[in-house]
Write a protein that binds this ligand. Sequence first.
Ligand code: SF4
Length: 463
Amino acid sequence: MTHVSTDTEISEELVRKFDKLGPRYTSYPTADRFHTQFTETTYRGYLDQRCARTDNPPLSIYIHLPFCESLCYFCACNKIITKDHARVGEYLRYLDKEMDLVASRIGKDRKTVQLHLGGGTPTFFSDDELRQLMAMVRKHFEFTPDAELGVEIDPRTVQPHTLSMLAELGFNRNSFGVQDFDPAVQQAVNRIQPLSMVEQAVLESRKSKFESINADLIYGLPKQTLESFSRTLDNLIRVSPDRIALYNYAHLPGRFKAQRLIVDSDLPSAELRLQIFLMSMRRLLDAGYVYIGLDHFSKPDDELNKARLGKTLHRNFQGYTTRSECDLIGLGVSAISKVGNSYSQAVRTVSAYYQHLDAGRLPIEKGFELSQDDVLRRDIIMTLMCSAPVEVETINREYGIDFNTYFEAELLRLKPYEEAGLITIDASAIRVTPKGRLFVRASGMVFDKYLGQPTTSTYSKLI
Ligand code: SF4
């Protein structure tokens, strides 16, 4: 039996028993629960409530830049594959319109503490276009001096000078899509990027004084073997990013057209995936990385780990974050916003996005208004996802409930997790044990009241 016990403990046996299909809880309720009765008018209502107050939380901004030059076959993102870089100018004009509409409604004196450019491929934009974009953002939103500005980087499209230019624009965090260094795997997923390309980009990032560099890996891709992924890990550990996200590839060709280009028989078996995962966990922990939660690792001195230890870690649509209590403003196609007790999501296509903005409307397609019960459950699920203690007295005081009565059924359903040593429950708190940190998603699911209801989404397993 493979057993890993460094900073977290896992065993094959526990994985087989407790790794369930389920959401990743970047929000609660999860995005598959958003509905179209939530409209642009509803969203405006939430923005207007903010406008009427002066005690508003800070802002975190996400901008979706959907263009990519070529298709990675594993991709599940909302993207547009094109070689036509002229499309960027038009998209930028509409982003400006959207920022105009939102910024005029979010209330005065609201500082931005976080910005993230995601996609798609933000580096599909030329240096000039990225400069224009940031000038627009700064025209509409004011940043705090310590704001985190992050950007996703495709090593294949980034030019040597782009990283220093991004640093000059204020970016201090970046994230590289690596996935796998093995040439056969890269061929099978149509994403060719030699190790030297990533090394160079990371080197440039360090020279440009990026404070935190993240690299994404994906296991479960076609042609992967234990040996090939071990070599990928060797190489990435040598490159030494501050954070590593180790994602599990969810093969859902019925839902994501791109994935139909992957040859099913090239995919590793469930057993092999488990072995790759356990080996990867062990290797990253042995290399000095700390397990943050779900699929995230960081160096011990990275602020994600400091936040984990200080119990100030949070979760949002970009995964784990150190910034809490923000209103999240999503801009661009399919971007999700969280304002007050609401979530809202923009339309997915650029044509619908442009149509809404031409009509002077915010491009909202759907969303969700949280009840008090949703907010309470979200608080508990997110606390568990960050492996922090769910403190009974605090919950009772903040929500005016009696925890043990309110969650009688959930506490019963948590028993198997307690018996397996994944959590402890006493009169004061529910605590995640070191062994349970890998399974927080499953214990969080116990508090998700929507799980039994029909969904359009196909959930994945952790492994
Ligand atoms: S994985 Fe990233 S770069 Fe590749 S197609 Fe998807 S969004 Fe574009």
